[in-house]
Design a protein around this ligand. Structure first.
Ligand SMILES: [Zn+2]
Length: 109
């Protein structure tokens, strides 16, 4: 028999079950820089059609680093960094629900 449903518990269960799909998350933030390569005959020499340089801006051992990403991996990396944001958001919601439940239990006793 199914117990009467608690919307908070349902939401918490849904969030927890969704965390597995975020296992490939990456830290830091995604950065796209525009730059000229310096070749006088390149299309970037006009200063408008610049090259894109993709980077992860991240702390490594507490120090800020900018790690270059090959262009073909940029979309994947962008998604993985977005996963971290969703993970943090889910964790914050779970903590909020748990705190609410904890405070409710405390009142009863
Ligand atoms: Zn160029």
């Amino acid at each position: 028999m199914k117990r009467p449903s608690d919307p908070d518990l349902e939401l918490r269960g849904k969030l927890i079950r969704g965390l597995g799909s975020l296992r490939e998350m990456l830290p830091g933030s995604f950065v796209e820089r525009k730059r000229a390569c310096g070749q006088p005959n390149c299309h970037c020499a006009d200063g408008k059609n610049l090259h894109s340089q993709f980077q992860i801006s991240v702390l490594v051992d507490g120090k800020p680093k900018a790690l270059n990403i090959p262009a073909e991996l940029a979309q994947k990396v962008r998604e993985k960094i977005e996963m971290r944001r969703r993970f943090d958001s889910a964790a914050a919601t779970i903590c909020r629900l748990n705190l609410k439940r904890f405070l409710q239990e405390k009142e009863i006793r």
